[in-house]
Design a protein around this ligand. Structure first.
Ligand code: PLP
Length: 376
């Protein structure tokens, strides 16, 4: 059996999710826009999914819009706030996911906004004082800061950012892809304007996600066409995917505390064993913090070594699926904008371990032993 430690890239589909989706590929194949019984059945499934998600996030069903995933949802938040809400400045960080960073860069290049990057502290956390300076200097801003970093696991204090954003009347978008289903999010208490999720990060299907848009914010259609998603996103809904998304989130919430603390304990074990076995191992970002680092991500940089370029390849040969910075980097730290921004030397190797509810201590121990062998 292969060892899978790339759950920040994607997770396996929970069999219960597959079972919930199945009828919508088979007998319940209606189009939710059709008015006959088959269509109404599909419409009910979509609206029930919306209700399930909104209940878990403590918001209204009318604030949830289904998308093809988080990349689309991030694009929707940024484009919507520029073209419908008069945003002229985007304040983000240099270690955001490319779904945000490249999108913001694109609109800045096209002259619609000015981009401002908030400084990071020594551990890669947002410098809130600098954020406030940027907010004070740039009215009509959108702040876009992720909740949990997908490469190094650093967590952002959403409430602190939301309070600052409100103080300066800025919109606040957070890419919550890595925390939805793993950490509770009470949206009214946190007071954000846009939040996004992607089903395949919490044992749901790929190609489906959602955006939360705070009530009262009116955006123009992101995809023009039919009147689906209350005129926000034309196109026949991915009914099976939406059903799977809601089921996956429901399961994630039902076992959240238990699974998260199990992952945190495994993470602690992994960090300990890495310190014992890998000479001069360094933990990237704030990985060793329990409060400010995701329970399922450990990012390390390995010592300078001839084998660094082939590190992930060699782990793959040994039956271990794992990534460097993000899903598509090689073994060297050079490939990741996040590791570059937090100052990880390019000569060092980089490995991101990302756990799931299915990860076991034996799998982690075996991985550490393989690594230890590779570095001897
Ligand atoms: N944002 C973050 C933080 C992610 O980790 C990912 C997935 O890699 C995305 C956005 C993109 O999500 P999707 O695959 O649903 O487009």
């Amino acid at each position: 059996m292969r060892i899978y430690l790339d759950n920040a890239a994607t997770t396996s589909l929970d069999p219960l999710v597959l079972a919930a989706m199945s009828p919508f590929f088979e007998s319940h194949f209606g189009n939710p826009s059709s008015i006959h019984a088959s269509g109404r059945e599909a419409r009910t499934a979509v609206e029930n999914a919306r209700k399930t998600i909104s209940k878990l996030l403590h918001c209204s069903p009318s604030e949830i819009f289904f998308t093809s995933g988080a990349t689309e949802a991030d694009n929707m938040a940024l484009a919507g706030s520029i073209f419908s809400s008069g945003v002229r400045h985007i304040i983000t960080s240099p270690i955001e996911h490319h779904a945000v960073l490249h999108t913001a860069e694109w609109w800045a290049k096209k002259g619609h906004v000015t981009l401002h990057l908030v400084q990071l502290d020594g551990k890669g956390h947002i410098d809130l004082t600098h954020l406030e300076t940027l907010l004070a200097a740039h009215p009509q801003a959108l702040v876009s800061l992720m909740h949990g970093n997908n490469e190094i696991g650093n967590m952002t204090d959403l409430k602190a950012v939301s309070l600052l954003s409100r103080k300066y009347k800025a919109y606040f978008h957070s890419d919550t892809v890595q925390t939805i289903g793993l950490y509770p999010l009470h949206l009214p208490q946190l007071d954000l304007d846009f939040v996004v999720g992607s089903a395949h990060k919490f044992h749901g299907p790929k190609g489906v996600g959602f955006i939360y848009i705070k009530g009262g914010i009116k955006l123009d259609a992101f995809i023009h066409g039919g009147s689906q998603e209350r005129n926000m996103r034309g196109g026949t809904e991915n009914v099976a995917g939406i059903v799977g998304l809601a089921k996956a989130l429901e399961i994630a919430y039902s076992e959240m505390e238990q699974k998260r603390s199990a992952m945190a304990a495994l993470k602690k074990f992994l960090c300990q064993r890495l310190m014992e076995e890998i000479p001069d191992v360094r933990f990237n970002g704030d990985c060793l913090s329990e409060a400010q680092s995701l329970a399922h991500i450990v990012s390390i940089s390995t010592p300078e070594h001839d084998g660094n370029e082939m590190l992930l390849f060699n782990l793959d040969i040994e039956g271990i699926s794992i990534s460097g910075g993000s899903a598509c980097t090689s073994g060297a730290a050079a490939g990741s904008h996040v590791l570059h921004e937090i100052g990880v030397p390019e000569e060092r190797g980089a490995i991101r371990f990302s756990l799931s509810k299915y990860t076991t201590q034996e799998e982690l121990e075996k991985t550490v032993q393989v690594l230890s062998r590779l570095f001897k």
